[in-house]
Design a protein around this ligand. Structure first.
Ligand SMILES: Nc1nc2c(ncn2[C@@H]2O[C@H](COP(=O)(O)OP(=O)(O)O)[C@@H](O)[C@H]2O)c(=O)[nH]1
Ligand SMILES: [Mg+2]
Length: 321
């Protein structure tokens, strides 16, 4: 595909077009991804996640500006599956990020869900690869930390920044358990609001109780306070992100995380391919027939799966090997 050399050469319009192809998930996009793959592996992929409204987009904007001030190129992928329902959230992000537009050292892409969340995780991963291949030194991935798919997206980052804010109530407390486990850097944003110190102390206690963090290494996530609105504390967050990168390199965890990322990617791709092929061979009508039989309690889903796989020896072989 002629887009590939242009993307590698720094052509921004080619980059935007290629990402659109990837979102449409055609065979051409896969060929391009295959061609780009040898050029990946250089970017520091930084996930920024947390509950809606904590200030992730504002923080990402400030982080990007601070990185640009250090002359480092930045790709941003903002994933917000809630936006089609709430309307306008992504638009708001775009407006806010306008002060970064026109700078060739930065590329911003907002992505809304089209298909399943699982599909979104895949697409996001592919877009990150393209930005990596295109030479962006840091790729910031903003995700809303509300579900497993978002956590999966965060898991594919080298460094995960979890954003909290005071005064968001119980809903946020409930999110903490899952998100704290994947946090490499903790940010209490909206430090200009009352309760920020208390939120930070609560996080401190929770960290002490539940060490740590993917069960690997002895990195303790620093807890940093920011006011993303005016940039206060943003340099410190960048510093912590850089420290974490150095830690990953020195401890050998960088390579382990790469392996984890590739394994997740490989298994996800195999699942998609196998299920796709199998459904194609079995046929939608036959599947519908199985659904009706299962609904009618004439057969159970477990037996149905075994029977379908037996009737399709290629699928059976692939699934059981
Ligand atoms: N008071 C205060 N408000 C903030 C701060 N950072 C972001 N906000 C506001 O919080 C709201 C949500 O911010 P946004 O970045 O869209 O949050 P996101 O949903 O996590 O991406 C916006 O109205 C921001 O202006 C901050 O540090 N202090
Ligand atoms: Mg946002």
């Amino acid at each position: 595909m002629e887009l590939v050399p242009r993307v590698l050469g720094g052509d921004r319009r080619a980059l935007a077009r290629l990402i659109s192809f990837i979102e449409d998930d055609g065979p051409a996009a896969r060929a391009a991804l295959a061609a780009l793959y040898p050029h990946t592996g250089r970017a520091h992929i930084v996930g920024v996640t947390g509950a809606p409204g904590t200030g992730k987009s504002t923080l990402v904007n400030e982080l990007a500006k601070a990185l640009r001030a250090q002359s480092r190129s930045v790709g941003i992928v903002a994933v917000d599956p809630t936006s089609p329902f709430t309307g306008g959230a992504l638009l708001g992000d775009r407006v806010r990020m306008r002060d970064l537009a026109g700078d060739p050292g930065i590329f911003i892409r907002s992505m809304a869900t089209r298909g399943s969340l699982g599909g979104l995780a895949q697409t996001t991963g592919d877009v990150v690869k393209v930005l990596d291949a295109a030479g962006f030194e840091v790729v910031l991935v903003e995700t809303v930390g509300v579900g497993q798919a978002e956590v999966d997206v965060a898991r594919t980052a080298h460094t995960t920044v979890v954003v909290e804010a005071p005064g968001l109530g119980d809903e946020v407390q409930a999110l903490k358990a899952g998100l704290l486990e994947i946090a490499d850097v903790l940010v209490v944003n909206k430090a200009d609001r009352p309760g920020a110190g208390q939120t930070a102390r609560a996080l401190e206690v929770t960290l002490d109780l539940g060490r740590n963090n993917r069960g690997e290494g002895d990195w303790r996530p620093p807890i940093l306070k920011t006011v993303a609105l005016d940039g206060t504390g943003v340099e410190e967050v960048l510093g912590a992100v850089a420290d974490h990168r150095a830690y990953l390199r020195e401890s050998g965890l960088w390579d382990r995380r790469e392996q984890e990322r590739v394994r997740v990617d490989l298994v996800r791709m195999l699942e998609r391919e196998l299920v796709g092929r199998l459904v194609e061979r079995v046929g939608e009508d036959a599947l519908e027939g199985w659904v009706e039989q299962i609904v009618a309690r004439k057969v159970d889903v477990y037996t149905a799966v075994q029977t379908i796989l037996k009737a399709d020896p290629a699928g059976e072989r692939a699934m059981s090997s």
